[in-house]
Design a protein around this ligand. Structure first.
Ligand code: E4P
Length: 214
């Protein structure tokens, strides 16, 4: 499974850019930064060579397609993030025909994922945390999508999104996600384990004692 950062914060991306394969943003994350949308997306594409998802904000297919055409001018690694609506999938179909990569967002069911894949989505983003929030099972959706996409023999990749914890990351990896897009606060925790810290401290102490005796 590949690791993406789910953030529009360029300082966070700078810190982890060598360890991630891509970045996803959404209008809420961009708004949180309080900066110009295209400037932020452009900066991110300069930091990370992998896929960078930038979301359209229009509601009709022609308007979404027009926004997509503007966004792909920013850099070759821009992926157009499109909401899971009828109009959104019409836009995905057209962009697919133009060889423009898309990421269909706000996926909450197997049927939505299969429809997006059938329209030619490069990526689909099931939101597992928001499903868990309402008492549903986000990890189960990843398992179902994995099986559904494999049965359909399509190359659409599953980006497990709306990740809330280290456990979520581990569960979606085992459930068959191709990618997990992870907020920085969770990503930083993936590196940690109390026994790693304890073991390293002991190694350092033993090494210092050994050096002092020589
Ligand atoms: C995914 O692409 C979205 O940006 C994100 O994962 C949504 O997460 P949230 O439910 O924490 O807002």
């Amino acid at each position: 499974m590949e690791f993406f950062l789910d953030t529009a914060n360029t300082a966070d991306i700078e810190q982890y850019k060598d360890l991630i394969a891509g970045v996803t943003t959404n209008p809420s994350l961009i708004a949180r930064e309080g900066r110009d949308f295209k400037t932020v997306v452009k900066e991110i594409t300069n930091l990370v060579p992998g896929p960078i998802s930038a979301e359209v904000t229009a509601t009709t297919a022609p308007e979404m397609i027009a926004q997509a055409h503007e966004l792909v001018k920013l850099a070759p690694n821009v992926v157009i993030k499109i909401p899971m609506t009828v109009e959104g999938l019409k836009a995905v179909k057209q962009l697919h025909a133009e060889n423009i990569n898309t990421n269909v967002t706000l996926i909450f069911s197997l049927s939505q994922g299969l429809l997006a894949a059938s329209a030619g989505a490069t990526y689909i983003s099931p939101f597992i945390g928001r499903l868990d929030d309402i008492g549903a099972d986000g990890t189960k959706l990843i398992q179902e999508l994995r099986q559904g996409l494999d049965n359909a023999k399509v190359s659409t990749k599953i980006i497990a999104a709306s990740i809330r914890s280290v456990k979520h990351v581990e569960k979606v990896a085992l459930a068959g996600a191709d990618i997990a897009t992870i907020p920085t606060a969770v990503f930083s925790k993936l590196f940690e384990h109390p026994l790693t810290e304890k073991g390293l401290a002991a190694f350092m102490q033993d090494w210092d004692n050994f050096k002092e005796k020589r």
